[in-house]
Design a binder for this molecule. Sequence first.
Ligand code: RUB
Length: 307
Amino acid sequence: MQKIQETAEKIRTMEIRGAGRIAKAAAEAIRDYAAGVEVASIEEFSTSIREVSNFLISTRPTAVSLPNAVKLASKYSSGNVEEARQEIIKNANLFIERADRALGKIGKIGSRRIQDGDVIMTHCNSHAALSIITTAFEDGKDISVIATESRPRRQGLLTIRHLNDFGIPTTLIVDSAVRYYMKDVDKVVVGADAIAANGALVNKIGTSQLALAAHEARKSFMVAAETFKFSPSTIVGNPIEIEERATEEIVDPTILKELSHVQVRNPAFDFTPAKYIDMIVTDVGIIPPAMAYTVIKEHLGWELGEI
Ligand code: RUB
């Protein structure tokens, strides 16, 4: 239980962040918990797996990779505790391996869409988007990146550090400079926290303004997303919840205490409608957003009865 609590805390405080990393950390935590939990019966095993699954899922509400990972990792069919443990260990390891392989595939596929000389704008810090950018660079393409700061948590600083380690020339800008610089951009490449059945993207707050500015300037808008970022529950009408984080991330609480007519809002993600997305680069190939439903049905084992 200690590892579950530690992982949950790290996800909640964003020490572990980014939808892909969150998913892998949750799968690892479930695996280790299943391997060690002491139970007297399969019923007890099932109850405790369900409880820790729900606990992990509650840590961050938007990244659909989290419930998808927990669901795929904690699958078992045996009525015998020892066999059920082994099934979970196997499924969790399979999920983690696939997630790692998916990043490599997305990098390979997406980099073919990047041309020599391209200026790429990215937002926040997405390992899937960075996989495309760094693969294109390693393939010998002379590219440069414009990275947004991504207030309030400033994940853009992680992005510029990562790109700098590869030797990729990068310009850091504030989020409000996105439209100003769009004229210099060839392609926008961002990651995904969730993709709904209608192809809408949920990603770091501000992503939709990159998409709008790219659309206005006729620049290509690419999303990098593993298949486990697609949301099965949107097929049956469930909305994707946008996480609202503490106001302290934006403004010092002592300042707010002096003000009686001000509220502060801090949504962590926003929606980008499918019509602003040119392509989604997944580990099973490049798709138009309109194919999100097919990805969910074919690659997430979605069945109406399960939801
Ligand atoms: C991170 C974010 C990333 C996606 C995709 O938000 O919006 O673009 O999670 O990342 P936060 P990846 O920092 O709030 O978790 O491609 O690494 O899964």
